[in-house]
Design a protein around this ligand. Sequence first.
Ligand SMILES: [Zn+2]
Length: 308
Amino acid sequence: MGYGDAVYAFCDKRADEIKEIDNIIVYTYEQLGECGFPYYIAIRDNNLFQDVKEQLLNDGKTLIDDLAIFVGADNQESSKVNSGYCPICEKETYFYEKGDWLRDEYLCLYCHSIPRERALVHVLNQFENNWRNLIIHESSPGGASADYLKNNCKSYTDSQFFRNINLGEYYNGVRCENLESLTFDSDSIDIFITQDVFEHVMNPIEAFKEIERVLKIGGVHIFTVPIYTKLDKTVQRAKIVNNELEHILEPIYHGNPIDQNGSLVTYDYGLDITKFFSNAISTTIYLEKNRQLGLDGEFLHVLICRKN
Ligand SMILES: [Zn+2]
């Protein structure tokens, strides 16, 4: 089966019949009209895609935006798809590459999660499979994995750090917490989650110590953070001196859902990341690459730090 001008399509109703990407049913436009909604259409040829899209829209039919971007890609190499099981959707899905940077561009068709989010949920299922019934707190949540945890754990709470709000108070319904100075009672939380937060923390030793304090004995801090495996030693990029921010290296900012200026990267963690944890913590660093679970891409480590 070549790509050529063929129209590759699959719809919800038949997705469960499609097991292998090579076996994707090929529809012509006429056939598409019969297969129900929503349509997930993958077309390798961008001009043909625009034609089909226009015809479908003229017929009053809707296309899913994200897929439209994916299928409309000019670069044929970027239109890569594999079938698999999404830990966040808890069902069979397709994972597709929207671009080369898999960390942010290898998405689940249904929940649009990125690999590190699926890795985190997969690790929770492996290491703390009773998590739905435990007390979970997540700092600075965002994305499909945080929504999933919130919807599936009765005792899930979250917080963000707002600069001018008192710690422990609420701003627009969201609790304000600073990782370096938490207001929670000691020994009160079963699972503390942070997803790509620690590369923005100014004083990680303090923050890890605080999380350890609020965890129950046997509780875990499960988190993702970029680990540069080529770095033997962690590199600090910025620090606070006399209440002033001082850049050690050229500043880099990541997107932040609550701050349009983004978040400054303070550390590039290396292989020595465990030096930031106390002796009372035992650490597992989990790395699985498995396309069946949508696990692939850069920086896919998940750390499991258990309080002994
Ligand atoms: Zn999914």
